[in-house]
Design a protein around this ligand. Structure first.
Ligand code: NAD
Length: 268
């Protein structure tokens, strides 16, 4: 009988995003959750951890062993940047395509992952943000960048986020810089930064400010300034559910692309 469902392994299944992915995959009629991996919650039922009731898929603490025991089409990773390449290697060796939501992965690791996957003719999708609204916010910011002489980014996240600035802020700044091409760079007027960091971090001529507070989930403002006017583009995530249509879309597409794509907007 022809195989009808995509077999999915969730890496980071005990984390905030991983649990949401377990829930989303379990609710997708064309997908089957075949494995869950994390260094925390090992042995616990991934369905119970995700709040959807027992599903019989226990969280494994040994990724290579898990991948050898299941026939995974796709591994979805929401963990941390450190040690990512080992998880990517394990997935690719087992013939699984990769959907990567983990942020802060250095460029050389992205390239190394692409090379590993290319050698096996497997697809990889790295997306710093899977929420459609955030993808649009980034596109609009890149559209505005050549027309407005100065811009700063304020990203606001929950107080458990361990990397700063956010992958979305970095990616937005990169897209804006690319859109400005050879236009003159903004000169920062600051001559004395009385407290180091007061002007935020610099990505090219764009200052990026990170706010970490309980009560926030994931938010970003791109503020443009020009003489006599400002333009603000803002995106707010009020639930991790917002990321799931993008994650499922990526999982469906990644098995067909056989190459590495960065950014959800480059997938469709
Ligand atoms: P989290 O801390 O709640 O979850 C991370 C999980 O990964 C934890 O359960 C942890 O035990 C596990 N983990 C960490 N290192 C591991 C390792 N070496 N081996 C096995 N398991 C390991 O974090 P989160 O809020 O779920 O975010 C996870 C990642 O996803 C972060 O990088 C975050 O920035 C990113 N993120 C991306 C998007 C997107 O749309 N791309 C959206 C939200 C968050």
């Amino acid at each position: 009988m022809a195989k009808t469902k995509l077999n999915i392994v969730v890496s980071g299944a005990y984390g905030r995003m991983g649990r949401e992915v377990v829930k989303a995959v379990s609710g997708a009629p064309d997908m089957k959750l075949v494995g869950a991996f994390d260094r925390a919650g090992v042995g616990e039922d991934s369905g119970e951890a995700a709040g959807i009731g027992r599903n019989g898929v226990a969280i494994s603490g040994d990724l290579s062993k898990l991948l050898k025991s299941v026939n995974a089409d796709v591994m979805v990773d929401f963990t941390i940047a450190e040690g990512f390449i080992k998880r990517a290697q394990a997935a690719v060796s087992a013939g699984a395509a990769l959907v990567v939501g983990t942020t802060g992965i250095p460029q050389d690791v992205v390239k190394k992952t692409a090379a590993l996957a290319d050698a096996k003719k497997l697809g990889v999708i790295f997306a710093p943000n899977f929420a459609i609204g955030a993808v649009l916010m980034m596109k609009f910011a890149a559209m505005a960048a050549p027309y407005m002489p100065a811009a700063e980014i304020i990203e606001l996240h929950h107080d458990k986020k361990i990397d700063s600035p956010s992958g979305t802020a970095l990616y937005t700044a990169e897209l804006m810089a690319a859109a400005k091409k050879n236009l003159p760079l903004r000169m920062d007027p600051t001559q004395t930064e009385k407290i180091p960091g007061a002007r935020g971090a610099s990505v090219g001529d764009i200052s990026v400010h990170s706010v970490r507070l309980p009560g926030f989930l994931a938010h970003q403002e791109v503020i443009f300034g020009a003489p006599g006017q400002t333009l603000t583009i803002r995106h707010d995530t009020s639930s991790r559910e917002s990321f799931m249509p993008g994650v499922l879309l990526a999982a469906r597409k990644v098995v067909a692309i056989k190459k590495t794509v960065v950014g959800l907007e480059n997938l469709v």
